[in-house]
Design a protein around this ligand. Structure first.
Ligand code: PLP
Length: 373
């Protein structure tokens, strides 16, 4: 028998998430070293030293189960934002929170709205519970078309709308005013998951206080992560803030110990280390300027980005991706985001950005000279 047939058709139809290629895998394949990975929007500075020290301390008690309620981490979040413990859900990465929202509220047949070219996990989380995803065409600039999404949510009586701000892989940003207009136009029995995984990277003039919106919108779920600016992607920890009834439902479907003790300790320390996040932000600002300037010099189109990555257009995307691998640079193809001809590069250290731009220039010259393999 075919055991796949034991799974529901909506599970069989899932196209697996395609992660960035790990450095160790490319090392094995090509037998080369000195590889740089600019493929998963990780923090090139690593993690805060304070977070690393907190992890080492926490390991001493690794035989014990974690605090299933995550008291200290929630407390640190409560002090940072004006919310209560009852408004916070902790997750094994913010990916977990996206799935908890789907699992808590969706049944097979429910409708979910998200944008074309939006983060792939929205469609995966939707499909895993047998709900139906509605992908709304993006604006000309690859951004979320909020008026069209509002329309789609109302017409289809959607249960959840996923919004990424900024979005990955496009880096596109929605102004606070546009988001507020969307929220005000939406019936309050439709939940909105506002995914702010790159919130800490927003340029100062673009920052907005979405947490204060929770008072006006009980249907709003804000999700954030320690994976990106906090440099803790390997640890898996994120948090959501929402109305206490919404939070209650999300917490009922999570695993009792979904965030491990080392991650909880590290996250508390990372939240306190404000200067690390500031240095990360500043490095990213400089690196973004370096990379976009370099792409401009190579006469490549790119989508202006508010994250720690940028998507750029290059005719021969798959060949370029493979050639860059040979040159020891891992970037991310985004064909699976319905963006054939585009690659996404994460902002690295100055030297990594320079190596990427040098390798890219070499690829282009080879292609022009007909040496492309
Ligand atoms: C990286 C990312 C996440 C999730 O990352 P976690 O490591 O699971 O916290 C969520 N949303 C977007 C848009 C992302 O790019």
């Amino acid at each position: 028998m075919n055991y796949c047939d034991l799974a529901p058709s909506y599970i069989r139809a899932i196209a697996p998430y395609q992660p960035g290629k790990p450095i160790s895998e490319l090392e094995r394949e090509l037998g080369i070293t000195g590889i740089i990975k600019l493929a998963s929007n990780e923090n090139p500075l690593g993690a805060s030293a304070a977070a690393v020290a907190a992890m080492q301390e926490a390991i001493k008690n690794i035989a014990l189960y974690p605090d299933g309620n995550g008291f200290e981490l929630k407390d640190a979040l409560v002090k940072r934002y004006s919310v209560t413990h009852a408004n916070i859900t902790l997750g094994n990465g913010s990916n977990d929170l996206l799935e908890l929202a789907a699992r808590a509220f969706l049944t097979p047949g429910d409708k979910v709205v998200y944008s074309a070219h939006a983060f792939a996990v929205y469609a995966l989380a939707t499909q895993a519970v047998g709900a139906t995803g509605i992908s709304v065409p993006a604006t000309e600039g690859y951004g979320h078309d909020l008026p069209a999404m509002l329309d789609a949510a109302k017409t289809n009586k959607a249960k959840i709308v996923f919004i990424a701000n900024p979005n990955n892989p496009t880096g596109t940003f929605l102004e606070a005013e546009a988001l507020l207009a969307f929220m005000r136009g939406l019936p309050q029995d439709i939940l909105v998951v506002l995914d702010e995984a790159y919130n800490e990277y927003l340029p100062e003039e673009k920052r907005y206080d979405s947490v204060s919106w929770l008072k006006e919108f009980p249907n709003l779920i804000i999700s954030r992560t320690f994976s990106k600016a906090y440099g803790l992607a390997g640890l898996r920890v994120g948090y959501a803030m929402s109305h206490e009834q919404v939070t209650d439902m999300m917490n009922r479907v999570r695993q009792p110990f979904n965030v491990n003790s080392v991650a909880q300790a590290a996250a508390v320390a990372a939240l306190r280390d404000v200067s690390f996040v500031k240095r990360t932000f500043e490095l990213n600002q400089r690196g973004m300027a370096q990379i976009t300037e370099g792409l401009g010099k190579l006469e490549l189109n790119y989508i202006p980005s508010c994250g720690n990555f940028v998507a750029f257009h290059i005719g021969n995307a798959s060949a370029t991706y493979r050639r860059l691998l040979e040159l020891g640079v891992i970037v991310r193809p985004i064909e699976n985001y319905d963006m054939p001809g585009w690659l996404r590069v994460s902002i690295g250290l100055e030297s990594e950005n320079a190596k990427f731009l040098g390798a890219l220039e070499k690829c282009i010259n080879e292609q022009v000279n007909g040496e492309a393999k």
